[in-house]
Design a protein around this ligand. Structure first.
Ligand code: SF4
Length: 243
């Protein structure tokens, strides 16, 4: 019934437009063109990150393209000050096309909330955009093909702090074989951006004994963030004074 009423409404609207056209000649057509141009102008333009997604979403540069269900680009605020980086999509992420949406993702949300952050205000991505079968570790040749995508995401988002979730993300970005225990608790630098390392939420699910340590890592990352913001504002102040 609702559909029939809608059709009737459309029929009446078309009849009205036809009458207006008869009366006003081309004027109505010109107005409509103007309206369409205006609509085109006010339509939101895709952001550089969205354009980048469009460029790479059908990537088949490594064999993981054959086994994936979905390409998993990243999620969150494109202007985030804090960016989280994991290793690769798991089964739930592959199914849904979004990083950290399974049990590990729920735990990450809980960790974020515990330190006063919302998932929507940070950005979350992985080193690999496609799931390695059986959640095995990424292979060096897969990382070599996929890493440039993450680097471009970091370049476009310009976070003030990076947080690596787990050994693989940290070792990949820092080009080191150091164990997680040595990588945690320090401020690393990645292309001029301070970086902090903590446990991967999936590892925490296997050993919740490290949960409080991961929370203190996140609090540490927030302190690093606040220091970065305050250093930036001091620099701006001194540039204005000098100017
Ligand atoms: S893992 Fe990365 S490089 Fe390999 S197919 Fe997926 S997007 Fe492309």
């Amino acid at each position: 019934m609702a559909r029939a009423a809608g059709t009737e409404g459309l029929r009446k609207l078309l009849a009205r437009l036809a009458t207006e056209l008869e009366v006003n000649g081309n004027d109505l057509v010109i107005e409509r063109e103007k309206a369409e141009l205006l609509m085109e102008e006010i339509k939101p333009k895709p952001s550089p990150l969205q354009l980048f997604y469009e460029q790479i979403k059908d990537c088949r540069k490594c064999p993981l393209a054959e086994t994936r269900t979905n390409f998993v680009f990243g999620t969150g605020n494109e202007n985030a000050d804090i960016m989280f980086i994991g290793e690769a999509p798991g089964a739930d992420e592959d199914r849904l096309g979004e990083p950290f949406v399974g049990r590990a993702g729920q735990l990450l949300n809980r960790m974020l909330n515990e330190v006063g952050l919302q998932r929507e205000e940070v950005y979350i991505a992985n080193v690999l955009k496609c799931r390695p079968p059986g959640n095995r570790d990424p292979r060096p040749e897969e990382v070599a093909q996929c890493l440039p995508y993450l680097l471009k995401q970091i370049e476009l988002i310009k976070p003030k702090v990076l947080v690596c979730l787990g050994r693989i993300a940290a070792q990949t970005l820092l080009k080191t074989l150091s164990p997680l225990s040595r990588l945690r608790g320090q401020i690393h630098q990645f292309r001029g951006i301070p970086m902090v390392v903590t446990y991967h939420p999936a590892a925490l699910l296997r050993n919740m004994g490290n949960y409080e340590r991961s929370i203190s890592d996140l609090r540490f990352a927030l302190r690093v963030y606040h220091e970065a913001v305050s250093a930036e504002s001091d620099e701006n102040d001194s540039a204005q004074t000098d100017g």
